[in-house]
Design a protein around this ligand. Structure first.
Ligand code: ADP
Ligand code: MG
Length: 692
């Protein structure tokens, strides 16, 4: 038996079953083996009917003692009575009753799972169900762990419900017997305390007890995470083999002098990060570093100090921001920072005229400018540098993970610093930025003002407006943010435009302006600049102000329909205030929140810790939703979960990186099976990683 053989080569596989399996992406025996159970039943996960309580999530195993179509008030429904040794439970299906009816007959042993209701007796509505053994014996009572397989209507109609899969898997697993090729070397298996691959397949499908199951699941998760990390490790190793032509001889003339002119001292975290960057710069291989720091932690100054070192060694720096507003803000900061030096700073954006650009291109190519700041106009084909050695990419998540690849490609041998304010859990950054070294600023500058966060019902708005007026009176400014400006979604949303008109009247005597994504960028810039000069006091906007903007005099952040935003986004928005000497107030206005959204808003009220917020956000939305695994160019995960399997991820990462270091091209005989798996299973991705 070959694992990559077609499932049709299995004696007991009918063509109809095979066809349906193909439709769900199962073609080979290996695919079938990796169709892991979604859940397992054993005594510890099952409740007796006498232990049920209203609203609990429970699984009950028992015999079907009665089935019946009943007349409901509006339509017929299917009712089934399940009895265990101690009592009974009713199950009801209002949808698909006809189809469900055919699944069960009296005497079947079933497992039903769902939320328990009380309606003159305990019942479950539309429970998940599985048919267990047919010979009438109850495997659970004999201490067996029963696998439940993922299935759907299509698979079920081809006989492939959980029971069907068990019948298919049992002989397959029994026939494995020495046919599964182990790919991990003995040393790794022992070092990581992993069970062998064949045993893992056997026990993940038919564990004898929960401990066996745990070991099997750990091995399978390790496999997935190991290969993902190995691809990243090999990619990184490749970069580390590159040798820079441009070397650094020292800090140069500008670092110390410009640092001395800053109005503040760096925090310890900032100093540590500068040390890490300096070590990278002076090494003979290009820097590939991710700088993670919560909003307001002071990343900009790190990029400028790094540019000062580059300039001091005779090299150009490019600093790239995702929006024109931000690029302009960086440009102003840079001009101020380099004041008093002979260094020249310029700004390159998409909205400049062709003639302006042509002139800039020429000056950049001839080395007239030392620090070039811009949007992605910076990396467009025509821009050539004289001696580019430092590339800083700010607010990276806005560019998308794929674009980062493109940028790095252009950067060639340059030192690359990627800065992001999206605080993501360490385990996640290991996956999406797994080929970058990571620095973290985990400390805010001292003397940061408190931000008070309140969630309020829409009826409290008049009071909130009074409070805003008081703040305006003493010279402060306010942001008011609305979620969308789409006509079609206006059903229960107060669009920013309407809000603006209302607020303009409400705050008569102060200047109110509207900012949204559909405006031309000059128009947006004009408004932002006026706001930063305090010529506008109330800025009504959609989420275009989300990232990076630094206006210390703004102290109020009012967010309408806050329940519509993701937590990460709310955190970014709130990060716009509390940046100066005055206390900030963030008001989250909700309209029709459900329990979930109130929970999320409560997290915002309780903490300002970006990492905590990000973790909650991920838990609620799921990692895939935020970063899209497909986008990341990494293998999809079937069983491992980067949020919950952090420990295994760390072990797999360490193992993979050690291996890539010792044998970057997987040439040793001990590693030939690993190499074979990569070429077979991860062929597309392996070219990316430079094997093959
Ligand atoms: P972010 O990390 O969100 O990009 P910024 O770089 O915009 O943060 O910095 C936020 C503010 O903090 C800026 O006004 C900056 O000048 C200031 N800042 C940066 N580092 C320090 C420090 N060590 N002490 C005091 N203020 C600082
Ligand atoms: Mg920033």
């Amino acid at each position: 038996m070959k694992l990559n053989a077609d499932i049709l080569s299995l004696k007991y596989m009918g063509s109809k079953k095979a066809e349906v399996l193909n439709e769900t992406g199962i073609f080979t025996i290996a695919d079938l083996l990796e169709h892991y159970p979604r859940r397992y039943l054993d005594r510890s996960t099952i409740s007796y009917t006498t232990d049920l309580q209203k609203d609990m999530q429970a699984t009950v195993v028992g015999k079907v003692t009665g089935t019946q179509m009943r007349r409901g008030r509006r339509r017929a429904y299917f009712e089934m009575v399940v009895a265990d040794e101690r009592g009974f439970l009713k199950c009801r299906w209002f949808n698909g009753a006809k189809w469900i009816q055919k699944r069960f007959k009296k005497g079947d042993l079933v497992a039903v799972s769902g939320k328990v209701d009380f309606f003159g007796g305990f019942q479950m509505v539309h429970p998940d169900f599985d048919l267990l053994s047919e010979d009438g014996s109850n495997p659970i009572n004999t201490g067996i762990v029963v696998p439940l397989y993922p299935s759907g209507q299509k698979l079920q109609s081809a006989g492939l419900d959980s029971r069907g899969f068990r019948r298919l898997m049992k002989p397959l697993i029994e026939s494995l017997n020495g046919k599964i090729q182990e790919f991990l070397p003995q040393a790794i298996l022992e070092g990581q305390k992993l069970i062998g691959l064949e045993q893992a397949f056997r026990n993940i499908h038919f564990p004898e007890n929960l401990d066996e199951l745990k070991q099997a699941r750990r091995r399978m998760k390790f496999n997935e995470l190991f290969f993902m990390q190995l691809l990243l490790a090999i990619r990184r190793q490749g970069k580390e083999e590159t040798v820079k032509a441009n070397r650094y001889t020292g800090y140069g003339d500008y670092l110390t002098s410009q640092y001395g002119k800053l109005p503040f001292e760096l925090t310890d975290a900032q100093k540590r990060v500068m040390g890490e960057i300096w070590d990278d710069l002076r090494s003979s291989h290009p820097m590939n570093r991710l700088l993670q720091g919560d909003v307001g932690s002071g990343k900009t100054v790190i990029s400028l100090l790094s540019a000062a070192i580059a300039a001091g060694n005779g090299y150009q720096s490019a600093i790239m921001a995702p929006t024109e507003i931000l690029a302009e803000q960086h440009f102003k900061n840079a001009v101020r920072f380099f004041e008093g030096t002979p260094l020249r700073v310029t700004l390159l954006t998409g909205s400049q005229t062709a003639a302006q650009k042509r002139e800039l291109y020429k000056a950049i190519r001839e080395g007239y400018y030392h620090v070039i700041i811009g949007t992605h106009a910076l990396i467009q084909g025509k821009v050539k540098f004289e001696k580019l050695q430092l590339v800083v990419i700010d607010e990276q998540h806005r560019f998308g993970v794929l674009q980062r690849g493109e940028l790095l490609e252009k950067a060639g041998e340059a030192d690359v610093l990627v800065m992001t304010a999206t605080p993501i859990p360490r385990t996640l950054s290991m996956t999406i930025y797994g080929d970058l070294a990571v620095s973290i600023i985990d400390e805010l500058p001292a003397g940061r003002q408190k931000i008070l966060t309140r969630k309020v019902d829409v009826h409290t708005l008049p009071k909130v407006y009074d409070f805003i007026r008081d703040e305006l009176k003493v010279g402060r400014q306010a942001f008011v943010v609305y979620p969308l400006i789409e006509e079609s979604e206006k059903i229960d949303l107060e669009a920013a435009t309407q809000g603006f008109e209302k607020l303009a009247v409400h705050f008569k005597g102060y200047k109110t302006a509207l900012l949204h994504g559909r405006m031309k960028s000059e128009e947006k810039d004009g408004i932002m600049q006026a706001f930063s000069r305090n010529e506008i006091q109330v800025l009504v906007s959609t989420t275009v102000i989300e990232v990076g903007i630094d206006i210390p005099n703004a102290t109020i952040m009012l967010i309408e329909n806050a329940e519509r935003f993701g937590l990460a986004q709310l955190h970014q928005l709130r990060g716009r205030i509390g940046r100066g000497e005055h206390r900030g107030v963030c008001v989250l206005v909700h309209r029709k929140p459900n329990e979930d959204s109130l929970d999320r808003l409560n997290i915002m009220v309780e903490t300002r810790d970006g990492f905590k917020i990000a973790e909650e956000d991920l838990r609620i939305r799921g990692a895939g939703d935020i970063f899209g695994t497909r986008q990341s160019g990494l293998p999809a995960l079937k069983i491992a979960n980067i949020l919950y399997d952090g420990d295994i991820l760390k072990q797999a990462r360490q193992t993979a990186f050690d291996l890539a270091k010792a044998d970057p091209h997987l040439r040793k005989s001990d590693h030939k099976n690993i190499r074979a798996v990569i070429l077979d299973k991860y062929a597309e991705l392996s070219t990316l990683a430079g094997i093959g």
